[in-house]
Design a binder for this molecule. Structure first.
Ligand code: 5AD
Ligand code: SF4
Length: 470
């Protein structure tokens, strides 16, 4: 039996990719998932390149794994995902303990074939190792191990199967099956070239997957008892069925028309492609399509938005926020913000702060700008000291926490349908509303993966507390 451990960094697209790789390996037979690195024969690290900090975390994690390799020289460590797309050679040169590297924009069928062969090899090597303690002296096996270490690309693996791989869509792994959640990539890549963003370089050009394949997959997941489906893409609003040209609104409507009691979410939207039609579809099927809109602002200053190549103005963005509030009055709205972008003055920053006051988001993911290789912004002049960027971020986050608390207080006394997600270490059940608000509840484990109606009793900054309504 080969023990597999997968460590995932980054966005939900990575979560979906890791799940499908895990599903695929388990489906081969002879592979089981373990929850500790020291138990693993194969460790896969799915990486994120969005900010330098994310990369540093991955680098130090790979370094820490050297210890496990000391005790088990046949341990294979594979690096996949966004960093693996553009740092292949660096990762292999810098880390002797890494066995192979496979990038996020490469054809997943190639990874599939490689992993298939690798599992067969590992099974043989592990068997020899377990029966023979002179493993280290066995040059034949050392030679095998050396052969395994390589960058996986189409040049050294023949791709026999050109069909769309199940791996591309993502999957549900056992843990998620218990949670009744499924994450599905409806597209990959991005064509937007926001000037700060590395994603178009690590995930490649935008590519939508055919809706018949997506709908079949969703039906299959619903048959397995899934209650929450999250449709994923860097910019889901620009989804286009490659055969029929039908857009995202159409796809959402088809999903909503499927039978069953389930929820559908999607991330992420780009304001330049968000349509009023999508909001109407969400309102028409509000029992299934969650009133949750992640709507990345990035900056409240038109000058900065232009320099970020976001192609919308703050006036247009606010008009769209008005649409959301009118058409989906109960909607939860969240956003992404970058502070300290090159050229951002105090004035520009204050404009961003003003927008968070006006919109009163339910959650803001905020980051300090991090220069990324290949991007236009990395070549822009940036005079703002890091201390000042830190101050802006701290101030914004402190104010946003107050706004979250004020929003949360408004929910007290209201009743929400929630999906029970898991038991937290504090003993409470964590549930989420359609708007993705966290509601804690004292209940039994058998409720996990089910919908319950909760009345909000009290509100904190991050969580609400609810009691069961029969
Ligand atoms: N620096 C800081 N934040 C970034 N993001 C993307 N690229 C960068 C970068 N270079 C943020 C954006 C995006 C979110 C996923 O990550 O806000 O919406
Ligand atoms: Fe990056 Fe912009 Fe594409 Fe989002 S839309 S992935 S921020 S380039």
């Amino acid at each position: 039996m080969i023990n597999l451990f997968i460590k995932t960094y980054g966005c939900q697209a990575n979560v979906a990719d890791s799940q499908s790789v895990e599903n695929y390996l388990v489906s081969l037979g002879g592979v089981q998932v373990v929850d500790k690195e020291e138990l693993a024969d194969l460790i896969l690290i799915n990486t994120c390149a969005i900010r330098e900090k994310a990369e540093q975390r991955v680098f130090s994690y790979i370094g820490e794994l050297a210890e496990f390799k000391k005790n088990k020289s046949y341990l294979n460590i594979g690096v996949i995902g966004c960093m693996a797309s553009y740092l292949k050679k660096e990762i292999l040169t810098r880390f002797d303990n890494v066995s192979f590297v496979f990038g996020a924009k490469d054809d997943l069928n190639i990874l599939k074939e490689y992993l298939h062969d690798l599992i067969v090899k590992l099974e043989t090597i592990k068997e020899v190792y377990e029966h023979n303690n002179i493993f280290e002296q066995d040059n034949k096996i050392k030679f095998e191990l050396k052969k395994i270490k390589r960058i996986i690309n189409s040049k050294n693996i023949i791709n026999k199967n050109k069909n769309l791989s199940d791996l591309a869509l993502g999957g549900i792994k056992n843990k998620f099956l218990e949670l009744k959640q499924s994450f599905i990539n409806i597209m990959t890549g991005c064509n937007n070239y926001c000037s700060y963003c590395i994603v178009p370089f690590t995930r490649g050009r935008e590519k939508s997957y055919p809706s018949n394949i997506l709908l079949d997959r969703i039906k299959k997941d619903l048959d397995l008892g899934v209650k929450e489906i999250t449709l994923l893409g860097q910019n889901v609003n620009s989804y286009k069925d490659p055969i029929t040209n039908n857009g995202f609104e159409w796809l959402m409507e088809q999903v909503a028309k499927l039978n069953g009691d389930f929820w559908v979410r999607f991330v992420s939207s780009h304001p330049k492609d968000m349509t009023i039609d999508l909001l109407h579809v969400m309102a028409n099927y509000s029992d299934k399509l969650c009133a949750y809109v992640h709507f990345p602002l990035q900056s409240g200053s038109n000058k900065i938005l232009q320099s970020m190549n976001r192609t919308y103005t703050i006036e247009k963005y606010m008009e769209q926020i008005d649409w959301i509030r009118k058409i989906l009055p109960q909607a939860t709205i969240t956003t992404d913000i970058i502070v300290g972008f090159p050229g951002e003055t105090e004035q520009d920053y204050l404009m961003t702060r003003k927008i968070i006051e006006q919109v009163r988001y339910d959650l803001v993911y905020s980051f300090i700008y991090s220069p990324r290789k290949y991007t236009k912004a990395s070549l822009m002049e940036d005079n703002c000291p890091i201390e000042e960027k830190n101050r802006r971020l701290q101030e914004l986050q402190t104010r946003q926490m107050e706004i979250c608390f004020e929003n949360n207080l408004l929910t007290v006394g209201k009743t929400f349908k929630t999906l029970v997600e898991k038991r937290l270490t504090n003993g409470k059940l964590l549930t989420r509303t359609a708007g993705n608000l966290r509601v804690l509840y004292d209940g039994n484990d058998d409720l996990i993966g089910n919908f319950v109606n909760l009345k909000i009793q009290s509100a904190g900054r991050a969580n609400l507390v609810g009691s069961l309504i029969k």
